[in-house]
Design a protein around this ligand. Structure first.
Ligand SMILES: C[S@@+](CC[C@H](N)C(=O)[O-])C[C@H]1O[C@@H](n2cnc3c(N)ncnc32)[C@H](O)[C@@H]1O
Length: 510
């Protein structure tokens, strides 16, 4: 088989050479932690970005084997051949040169790909310069914010089969491979699949099947327990990059994924998707999403950030690609993007993290504002939220009242006092959650008091009745007043029905 930059850049590379390269990485501690220690913190993930050159040169000026590997495999600098030979050994270097992983330049040896140690594995992707090269459409992206969002939200339980739709270099797949028996990674880009397959060998993972696929075409008739997807959702008049635009026009990538993902989920299976889609003047983004999921057999939980304004959205995307545009080209591009949005009737772009779970019965839909930050991996919290919403949507009010509840261990309360006569009296209370979803809100003193008594023993009915007595109203009246507030607290995970505690025993630590 011959090497081809798009179909197969590693055609002639032997798996034994990849394993030898891994041993070199291990010997010289080429790990995420070690890289973070040698590079300045501000370069986190951007060691090869514009302007980073002198910073990197200075930080890595000492000639250690680790620094050589970082310069070569992460930053993309050319290294003197003798120095590289010293680190890799003569025969491995010549095999990697022959296999196309490294190349000779006027200054020595260079790796035309990035090999990035992250989360305990390596992923392989393209330098940013590939954006403006002859392979630009097939450029393979690295780990971005959109990669981290679904990776952190995906439950890390042991599952039988998992799917990564739009796998690129395999960032999601490699995480899934750690807790699922079998993983399928799908991508339309053959260059991405080659890099993912190469990295799987480097990671010693043999439970991932990377398949060429147009959306779900390569898994027709198959079912999965967990699906993760970071599809190419950018809304633009372009179809320049597989990883960015998807090529379907408007927001049809998001629509295609949401409408179809349910067909590939087992009953009870969960899909975690990050995407952007349009808000139209005649149909807002949330309603459109509701229409797409309707009839899919899935519940849907959406965490949204503020809707992006079209000018800011277009500018930020064009700017990240504009280095090669003249002022005139930039103006034309901007006009073309804005005309496109106008023609589509758009008034904004919605970003959201979407969780869908296949469930027989009347499905629910819940959209909520995302907390300002989400910290760490929170798949167990997500599963618990899905369970709570299902309970709230399927149980009668009596069934909800008859359960005991426990306040989340992440819940905290802050009281604000104001002067009352000659003493301080509590005026209001702010309730908030610490990691992973730091929601916050205000509660009145009676609700605050009730929450403190939610220790998982007394049924809610008893606590609500006590609250009614304290304020001097009848039980039906207090139920009517308090339940919307308490249900709101349950929907965000402040208050958890004891029946949904603790998280499943087979959960792997997050
Ligand atoms: C935003 S990247 C995500 C890469 C990686 N999964 C991550 O999370 O970092 C989107 C990926 O979807 C792939 N893609 C684009 N169109 C596709 C299609 N029609 N079917 C399958 N994959 C597609 C792109 O090639 C790209 O690798």
């Amino acid at each position: 088989m011959t090497t081809d930059p798009i179909r197969n850049p590693f055609a002639t590379l032997d798996p034994a050479d990849i394993e030898r390269l891994r041993k070199v990485f291990e010997r010289h501690n080429y790990t995420e932690k070690a890289v973070q220690e040698v590079l300045p913190k501000c370069l986190d993930g951007f060691a090869n970005s514009e302007g980073a050159g002198p910073v990197v040169q200075r930080a890595l000026r000492e000639n250690t084997p680790l620094n050589t590997l970082v310069r070569l495999c992460l930053v993309g600098l050319s290294e003197e051949e003798a120095v590289v030979r010293e680190v890799l050994g003569e025969s491995l270097l010549s095999d990697l040169l022959a296999g196309g992983l490294f190349e000779r330049t006027a200054k020595g040896i260079r790796c035309p790909f990035i090999i990035y140690p992250v989360r305990g594995f390596y992923i392989v992707y393209d330098h940013l310069s590939a954006k403006h090269s002859e392979i630009s459409k097939f450029m393979v992206m690295g780990v971005g914010t959109s990669s981290l969002a679904p990776a952190n939200a995906a439950p890390r339980r042991h599952y039988r089969r998992a799917l990564d739709m739009g796998c690129g270099g395999g960032f999601q797949s490699f995480q899934l491979a750690g807790h699922c028996d079998e993983v399928v990674g799908l991508d339309i880009n053959p260059r991405a699949l080659s890099m993912a397959r190469f990295a799987a060998v480097l990671n010693r993972m043999d439970n991932i099947d990377f398949r060429m696929s147009d959306f779900f075409s390569a898994v027709e008739g198959e079912k999965f327990d967990l699906i993760v997807s970071n599809p190419p959702f950018v809304i633009s008049p372009e179809s320049e990059y597989h990883y960015r635009d998807g090529g379907l026009g408007a927001d049809r990538v998001a629509e295609t994924v949401i409408r179809n993902v349910g067909n590939y989920l087992e009953e009870g299976g969960v899909a975690v998707i990050i995407c952007e889609w349009a808000s139209l003047k005649e149909n807002n983004a949330i309603d459109r999403l509701r229409q797409w999921v309707d009839g899919s057999g899935c519940d849907l939980w959406l965490s949204t950030s503020k809707q992006a304004d079209l000018v800011a959205y277009a500018m930020s995307w064009i700017r990240s690609y504009q280095q090669h545009l003249t002022a005139e080209e930039y103006a034309k591009t901007y006009d073309r993007w804005l005309d496109y949005y106008e023609k589509l009737g758009m008034d904004g772009v919605q970003t959201g993290l979407i969780a869908m779970r296949k469930r027989d019965g009347q499905n629910w839909f819940f959209a909520d504002d995302a907390p300002s930050v989400i910290r760490g991996r929170w798949g167990e919290t997500l599963l618990q939220l899905l369970d709570i919403h299902t309970l709230l949507n399927t149980a009668s009010i009596d069934e909800i009242l008859d359960q005991p509840y426990q306040l989340s261990s992440a819940a905290r309360m802050r009281h604000i006092y104001q002067q009352a006569g000659t003493r301080w009296a509590s005026a209001e209370a702010e309730i908030f959650l610490e990691d992973p979803l730091p929601y916050s809100g205000r509660v009145d003193q009676y609700t605050a008091g009730l929450l403190s008594r939610c220790d998982g023993t007394a049924p809610l009915r008893q606590l609500v009745a006590g609250m009614g007595e304290a304020v001097g109203v009848s039980f039906p009246e207090i139920v009517e007043a308090a339940m919307p507030i308490l249900q709101g607290l349950m929907q965000r995970g402040y208050l958890i029905p004891v029946s949904l505690l603790p998280p499943s025993q087979d959960a792997t630590p997050e």
